[in-house]
Design a protein around this ligand. Structure first.
Ligand SMILES: [Zn+2]
Ligand SMILES: [Zn+2]
Ligand SMILES: [Zn+2]
Ligand SMILES: [Zn+2]
Length: 115
């Protein structure tokens, strides 16, 4: 069955509803704001996920500005706030060998990010 398409909430292009990331703007979870850890739907005002109790707003490692569930890049200093699995868009620890959620090997992903 072909996937049902809906507009990406970042760029407005139509994306498949099962997409982990928008193929046009490459933002994660293009249709709904979700917890970056367990993928439960979350509201913009929440600071902690109702489902897994992990923090949704984390400080930027460089400038300490708060970064919400959609802010993978700091809006203030443009540092990377969190990395995501290229296959499923779950948060991955910097340098992790595999995605804890889907098991994708991340060696090539870190290579593509450079040293
Ligand atoms: Zn998009
Ligand atoms: Zn969660
Ligand atoms: Zn920052
Ligand atoms: Zn994954």
């Amino acid at each position: 069955m072909p996937g049902y398409k809906r507009p990406c909430r970042f760029c407005g292009n139509l994306v498949d509803e099962n997409s982990a990331a928008c193929p046009f703007c490459s933002r994660a979870h293009p249709l709904q704001m979700v917890c970056p850890h367990c993928f439960a739907p979350v509201q913009a005002a929440w600071t902690v996920c109702n489902a897994c109790a992990k923090p949704l707003v984390i400080p930027c490692p460089r400038c300490n500005a708060p970064a919400g569930p959609d802010d993978d890049i700091c809006g203030k200093c443009h540092s990377v706030v969190r990395y995501r699995c290229p296959a499923c868009a779950a948060v991955i620890a910097p340098g992790a060998k595999r995605c804890e959620r889907c098991g994708t090997k991340l060696k090539d992903f870190w290579k593509s990010k450079g040293p």
